[in-house]
Design a protein around this ligand. Sequence first.
Ligand code: DGL
Length: 244
Amino acid sequence: MIGIFDSGIGGLSLYKKAKKAMSDKTFIYLADQDSFPYGEKSEKELRALTRKNIKLLENLGAKVVLIACNSATVSSRDRIRREFDIPLVGVEPAVKVVHDLYSNKKALVLATDRTSRSHLKNKAASYGNVKIIGANGLVSLIEEKFPNIQASELKNILDNKIDGEEVIVLGCTHYHLIQKILESIYPDKIFIAPEEAVIKQLSKFSDLATGSGADDIFLTTGDLAGFQVKLEAIIGRKCDVRKI
Ligand code: DGL
């Protein structure tokens, strides 16, 4: 099995892509909604949650785990990797890609506060002209209301944050879910959700995970009924969810 976790529904954007690319594999998805939002936690807290989630998925049979959360990935990095025998794949803001591809444009990475602070601490010097900022209110709006989000609600949060920017990198997996809405509200801007590279990386380990022929497993540490409604809206099919 291939394990995936996030603080909530954000990682389902990557689950969808991964399932499409590796349809013969069985996936187990954990939404750690009881600890939501990750983006407002400290690095230490996120390392503990990441450890706990990976152990849980490993115990349930995952042979590789995708940390489908920028906040958890940038907080854990090599430290957590060294603690586990199974391969771990993470997702990080595509700052370098944007820097290289759009060096003549005004580019901004829209992340959570945690991702933005940790990223600046670690890499600020390398890609100085690509800004990275947090937008935590946006994560909560998506987690609570997706798919019923009004354009005015997004504009209230984003207008002054992204005004004047030409390229916006979605540095939080929750934001991937609203890429199409953002493109329709701000048609003059380019929005980038760095999913292909993550799926390519995950595919390298897919041989470790056999497909059992069983249905994918969806777990939440939070509200079961609420998660189920959003899950089915995102992946477009009925599925069972278990509370853990
Ligand atoms: N989706 C996650 C990320 O990519 C976490 C959002 C949150 O819980 O704050 O950062």
